[in-house]
Design a protein around this ligand. Structure first.
Ligand SMILES: C[S@@+](CC[C@H](N)C(=O)[O-])C[C@H]1O[C@@H](n2cnc3c(N)ncnc32)[C@H](O)[C@@H]1O
Length: 423
């Protein structure tokens, strides 16, 4: 059986080199190793820029390409020594053994020397690390359009451990009391030190689902959809579909991925939303064939997901401006086709969990310039709750940022725009 340190280093290598989400690799970790591996991998991903710089400061030359796994083992070991409370001798012994077994003896010796120096200089290295931005240059490039002070706060929020946010189906106050949770201005519940979700009250009764507070705002912004025919174009795993069902909408949920749609179906079953119609299809194809007309569309579009770095710090390293540009092209195509299925007077709600303005503010500016048949319907505090942070922009669209503290401990970054088809 693979030891957890070696397993973690291999997973980190796969995430960074093959640009895979950590969530898609978790099944490679045995249940008993999950707490340790999870903590180690997330610590490395949050602090990768500093850990790399520290390691390279101790190396006279690059580790050969064929032995890159040794680099990930060393970075993980430095993360453990500096930020986790594991015994130093255990970290050194096992890392050296792993490097000897998977790379070569010479690198094993080098690892031993480097890690002993790290232990000896721990205090100074911790101070140095604090001064290094956790944002790689490729991510800073994605933040074009934000002010320097905003970028500094975005950078500081990388180290924030995200809390657990919950959307309740029924009586929010009663559930909050049972869970000992805070109630946020939009009605989300927030837990700061939660056990496994299945152990929380009323999970099996389907009284609630996990959803970042920012992710709950798009459907809140749609207003009253009770009895309306609504299509959720990119729906899985279904957090927003569930909100639409809870509001009494007649929902059709599409997703390009059958596997993800199956997760959505299971989620809807647990929550007792059994009327939702589902179809595994490319939304572009569906919109082109225009089989039905709807009162409202939710386009929670595929995007770079760069607004979710608190929960998925790998996006800091595996996503760049090119990803935002490519996703923006797909979003534009989806937006343009929406009128094929939207009634005149109907609502088009566009949202992305991207921090890049290319997929948010700029996308909608360009869309409205060429689509005079739509107007923005300003989102108000009555829709999404009264926050002391500046969520609502001047034109009535919404931009949430990870450091917004109205929800103490932040929120994901979303861009949300509500539009009405006027002709
Ligand atoms: C941001 S996630 C949606 C999250 C979802 N709305 C929720 O609240 O749980 C984007 C989804 O779009 C799906 N997707 C990507 N490209 C698509 C396409 N061309 N047509 C339909 N779905 C697509 C992905 O499979 C993914 O499930």
């Amino acid at each position: 059986m693979i030891n957890p340190r070696l397993n973690s280093a291999k997973i980190i290598q796969k995430i960074l080199e093959e640009k895979v989400f950590f969530g898609d690799l978790k099944k490679q970790i045995p249940e008993k190793d999950l707490p340790f591996c999870n903590m180690l991998i997330l610590t490395v991903l949050r602090r990768l820029t500093a850990l790399r710089q520290i390691l390279h400061g101790f190396l006279n030359k690059k580790i050969p390409n064929k032995h890159r796994l040794a680099e990930y083992l060393l970075i993980s070991a430095i993360a453990e020594i500096l930020y986790m409370q594991t015994a130093e001798y255990a970290v050194i012994n096992e890392t050296v053994k792993n490097i000897r077994n998977t790379c070569d003896k010479f690198l094993g010796g080098l690892a031993n020397a480097v890690l002993r120096k790290v232990c000896a200089q721990k205090k100074e290295l911790l101070q140095t690390a604090e001064k290094i931005s956790p944002l790689p240059d490729s991510f800073v490039e994605l933040l074009a359009g934000y002010e320097a002070a905003q970028v500094r706060q975005i950078s500081a929020s990388v180290m924030q451990q995200p809390p657990l946010d919950i959307t309740a189906k029924g009586d929010v106050a009663a559930l909050a009391q049972k869970m000992k949770a805070d109630v946020l201005p939009n009605g989300s519940l927030r837990l700061y030190d939660a056990p496994k979700v299945q152990q929380l009250p009323e999970y099996n009764a389907g009284a609630w689902w996990v959803q970042d507070v920012a992710a709950s705002l798009p459907v809140l912004a749609m207003g009253d959809v009770a009895g309306k025919k609504v299509i959720d174009l990119c729906a899985a795993p279904g957090g927003k579909t569930a909100q639409l069902c809870a509001k009494g909408a007649d929902v059709t949920a599409l997703d390009i991925s059958e596997a993800r749609l199956e997760t959505l179906r299971q989620n809807m079953q647990r929550l007792g939303f059994d009327k939702v119609k589902t179809q595994a299809i490319d939304a572009l194809e569906y919109l082109r064939s225009a089989p039905a007309q709807f009162d409202a569309i939710l386009l929670d579009a595929p995007c770079s997901a760069t607004g979710t770095f608190r929960r998925h710090p790998e996006v800091l390293h595996i996503k760049n401006r090119q990803d935002a540009v490519e996703q923006a092209a797909l979003q534009k195509e989806l937006l343009e086709l929406c009128e094929n299925v939207l009634k005149v007077g109907g609502i088009l709600l566009y949202s992305v969990c991207s921090i890049s303005q290319i997929e948010g503010e700029r996308q909608i500016d360009a869309f409205l310039q060429t689509h005079q048949n739509y107007k923005i319907v300003p989102i108000t505090a009555a829709d999404i709750g009264a926050w002391h942070d500046a969520l609502i922009l001047k034109n009535g669209t919404v931009r949430t940022l990870p450091y917004y503290a109205g929800a103490q401990k932040g929120m994901d970054s979303f861009f949300i725009c509500k539009m009405q088809r006027i002709i």
